[in-house]
Design a binder for this molecule. Sequence first.
Ligand SMILES: *[C@@H]1O[C@H](CO)[C@@H](O)[C@H](O)[C@H]1NC(C)=O
Ligand SMILES: *[C@@H]1O[C@H](CO)[C@@H](O)[C@H](O)[C@H]1NC(C)=O
Ligand SMILES: *[C@@H]1O[C@H](CO)[C@@H](O)[C@H](O)[C@H]1NC(C)=O
Ligand SMILES: *[C@@H]1O[C@H](CO)[C@@H](O)[C@H](O)[C@H]1NC(C)=O
Length: 931
Amino acid sequence: MTSKVHAADVYNNSPRRPTTAFVALLTAAAFSISFLFHSPAHVQNEAILARCAALHTPVRPSSDFRTRTTSDRYVPGTRAVLVKNATIWDGEDVLPGDGRADVFLDGGIVKFVGDFSKSGLEFEGVEYDTLDAGGAWVTPGLVDMHSHIGSAAAPSLRGASGGGVRNGPVLPWLRALDTINTHDAAYELSVAGGVSTSLVLPGSGNAIGGQGFVIKLRPTVERTPFSKLLEPPFTYNGSGIEPANPPRWRYLKQACGENPSRAYSYTRMDNIWAFRSAYNEARKVKEAQDLYCAKAQAGQWDELADSAFPESLQWEMLVDVLRGRVKVNTHCYEATDLDGLVRLSNEFKFEIAAFHHASETYLVPDLLKKAYGKPPASALFSTNMRYKREAYRGSEFAPRILAENGLRVIMKSDHPVLDSRYLLYEAQTAHYYGLSASLALASVTSTPADVLGLSHRIGYIRKGYDADLVIWDAHPLALSATPKQVVIDGIPQLKPPHAHTVDKPAFLQRVPKTPNFDKEAKEAVEYEGLPPLVPRRRVKSVAFVNVSAVYTHELDEQQYTSGATVLVEGGEIVWTCTGTGGRCSERLQTVPSLEETVDLQGGVLGPALISYGAPLGLTEIPPEMSTSDGIAPDALMGVVPPIVGGEGTLVRAVDGLQFSGRDILLAYRSGVTSGITAPLHAGVIGGLSVAFSTGAAHKLEDGAIRKGITALHVSLAHVGQPSVSTQIALLRRLLKGHGTGDVKEYFDKAARGEIPLVVDVDNADVIATLLELKAEVEDSVGQGKMKLVLAGAAEAHLLAKQIAAADVGVILVPSRSFPHTWDQRRHLPGLPLSEDTAVSLLLSHNITVGLGIVEQWSARSTRFDVAWAYLDAGGKISKKAALALASKNLAHLLGVEHSGELVAYAGGDLLDISSKVVAVLSSDGDYVDLW
Ligand SMILES: *[C@@H]1O[C@H](CO)[C@@H](O)[C@H](O)[C@H]1NC(C)=O
Ligand SMILES: *[C@@H]1O[C@H](CO)[C@@H](O)[C@H](O)[C@H]1NC(C)=O
Ligand SMILES: *[C@@H]1O[C@H](CO)[C@@H](O)[C@H](O)[C@H]1NC(C)=O
Ligand SMILES: *[C@@H]1O[C@H](CO)[C@@H](O)[C@H](O)[C@H]1NC(C)=O
């Protein structure tokens, strides 16, 4: 027999004595009986030959995989499920015709896709449950290519294990599996967002951070991390060699650029050297193995008599990389680092499966094509950018540009950086900015499945695939699409009381049409990621034609079903003419001052929105202090120098304001024309916020500052020291008039209700204490009602009645909650896990509610947050109430006048993911800005 026969049957890359391998070999089906008659030395030699051959066994599914009738993940006792009348997008496309089909799931796998009534006798006698999809969209379970779920804990607690290790730049032997906590709060939430599978990676603080693992998110009977793994390599639990089981994919996390450099205070040059020296060690082991095997295969046993098979527990993972058995996932942003990694891949001859974050891959598509083997895929965020220098040139158009270059695109969460419950929203936004519908859906299903080497079983709804699918309440690319049911390994995951569904309107059941962003995408490349964002033109007199609705400043909507023509002079609507052609265009011809006519293609003139919550206007690249105002001192945490006022110091955000940053300009051109920002602070006393125009060029421009001092801000949190009760004691003392300097002046005003007091707080118990404190202060000061506003407020819904009674406002920051901290753990998750959302519940108590954001890159997506809040409420709130969340209500709560601006949204309503901002109309400023 030749060693090749064994090659398929033996796989072992962990240290193991040849005799053990031999025992396993005895069970091999293809085993030659004559083998048994060899002498012991021969036996050992044959085992070595088998092991040598096994080194070259390619990774692939086991030989009987294609004919499996039950999944290795099948849970005995699981009933079969018929998903009836589904509209199926199967991982590649909508099924031929109208997409309608039934899906039969049994044994943890997809057994049938088609018209079940025509399935014949095959399933006769099988008992099953029926899920009637009623024509709803059904997709494969979502696959998240970059997650730290279960590893970066939710809620985050000191004692929780994590994936960020700082023991050295090269740690290929570490395994994320060893940090996976099966009790994490995020699994249920992410499953409720349709995610069935995630690649859990170690952190990015090392050049080589360790081994990643693919898990299914559903709970298992065993309750162990190992039982969550999908296709774990057989060596991980010591079961080692199994004849029918060829090697399975392993996953490695690497990182270049800022993160490893920051962790070890070394340079990019050191980082690449760390890679090269590590891979060189692995190469030596690999070459020693190959030399050893060459001698064995040539029968030169004498030369091997005294030497053991060369191996290294430390380097075996990298040896496997060099043998092509590892999907290498590299966190890498900039052209400079991408170039280094592409050179590394060619120097050591290994393939890079994907660059993660990859903010500049769209600028260097040809470089990716030069990588060793297949060009790496790019695993991206859709709009989460500029959060550090390396992400500064990231573009929302990257997905489409990469796809146009024939490169693979994956949207990922980096959970909990983004809550993976909203992974699909990343695909929706990528689609909005120009990625085709099928590639957008593939970017969170079949493409990651393929790049993970698992497209033989996940990422598709096809016969023989794992029974992972999602029934959606809207087209999966429509905003707010939420699972009605999520099936993983054939097991429906949403069960009462956590299975609430609503019927979404018909317009959400179609693929949203997307705006044309060809020019913007071209400019993104032309300007190397920093295209100009300022308006193309500022004019006084514009006509908008084909307008389908005009909103009043009170947010009432006047619809024009057959279109209207609207004349705007100096930012003000002068007249509106129903219709587009004839009479209306004749009327336009009588306007000599008309500078431009803009076709809104059925779009609207709608309200401008306000951004609150992020340090918008105070920092450009948050970790870069030179781009930032910096952090306000806090007298409770340390001594504030007397020269600035000591404990009486109160900082004003208006003094640190900076204009024309990229996030601020992107907000402006997305219809978010005002920002309200508190000083950046880490302590309790935040300072005074400012309201400003996001479109202004500088502070001294007319209208740049809408209000220099808007509200007084404080932050309360469980940080240990000083205690929450100490923080409350401080507030009590200051509100009762015992402060000094500016602190006294503004806390006195807050106590008298002359300025809003905005408190960052999430925990319901702390909120309860604040409500008591408010009553106490009003009682003792006796000068009217305080204007108290709770910001953050994840647990506010628990006290809705009391908050309403105390006439306290709430700003939900972020608008879609996640239990990052203990203080947020009792958040209200919304559909499908709860019937109410925080927004709908608080509004039902007549509380004034606003929406906020945490990071400034998301300011531009404020109208999508509003749309989510509106659609998620399942009809419980009106559109007008939804629009107020990010306009009128925020203005009211933060003590500013609602600006008189209107925004022109082309191609649809402002809450549609189909529309695009083309103009801002400022009546105060007497102009119209056009893009
Ligand atoms: C499938 O669902 C659609 C929409 O509810 C319905 O019109 C149609 O009759 C259903 N078809 C079957 C075969 O039940
Ligand atoms: C190790 O895991 C594999 C794959 O899940 C399984 O088939 C095998 O039985 C396990 N072996 C042991 C010793 O637990
Ligand atoms: C108005 O816009 C809609 C949507 O783009 C389009 O279908 C319609 O033809 C337009 N009407 C006119 C008169 O341009
Ligand atoms: C909210 O306000 C409406 C209209 O003023 C009123 O009918 C309703 O009873 C109020 N709801 C609560 C919970 O106070």
